[in-house]
Design a protein. Sequence first.
Length: 320
Amino acid sequence: MTQTVQVVRDDKAVYAAGAVVWRQTEGKLRILLIHRTKYRDVTLPKGKVDPGEMLAQTAVREVHEETGIRVHLGVPVGVSRYFMRPKRQKVVHYWAAEATDDAIRKSTFVPNREIAALEWVSLKKARKNLSYPVDLEILDEFERLVSDGALRTFPIIALRHAKAVSRSDWDGPDAARPLTARGKEQADAIVASLRAFGIRKIVTSDAVRCVQTVTPLARALDRRPVETQLISQDAWEDGVSDVRTVIGKRVRSGKPAVICSHGPVLPDILSELALATGTMHGSYVGSASALEVAAFSVAHLSATNPGSGIISIETHVPKA
């Protein structure tokens, strides 16, 4: 069954994000625990959201700041909730995140006033050493992924273009409608969160509003977007779009990718992704495709067997 996650925030809670950082060494799975200096506890790397951040961005930044290791996010592994004084809830989103050998070698960690030590441990030892029951609940979901053989994944991200000039205010061809000033801000704001998933390929509708939406990401990654009419709104309205070809290629490639398109086309993109991976069609397809401008849904597929179905879909909505 496909797991669905809505990664959104309100103003009534304190939000944070982190990861279960894992590695395979000599055929054995190990996860990373941090020993905090001030609190004298053992926990998972995490931290509070900085102003203007989305949660995926926070998770990657906090892991790097606390451990010196740069990671990309995999499947979400749960949300912990607990109350802080004075009776304000703290909500922490977690993802699985593989630490590559190269990232570990490049770690800049040294013991400091916040983190006294890092420790790679087995799942069994982690259960004994973690200081908080909420961390054990996150570990339960992580272990389920391990048991299902669904730990190593790659993402395909469906992105709706940012806010564009309205049709009523535009005299030219619809495909030439550009982003508004607010839309350009949104395009810049989502770059770090998209990068958090290790994006390597950018595919976009050739409409100006879609191309402009992915331009900041392409610049940050130093990659040229692939522009195509096959997922454009004009082609969709004329009945000549070919979403299946685009999705099939991305699934076969096994590489992290973002696909930027239009509101009316997104349901077809998610439906074709479900078909291409042998996933049972359900209400999650509609939910994941009903995106606001500049929002995106991340579908996680098995790196070894993408045809085994979508493991998880999470939807990210920029804060207004």
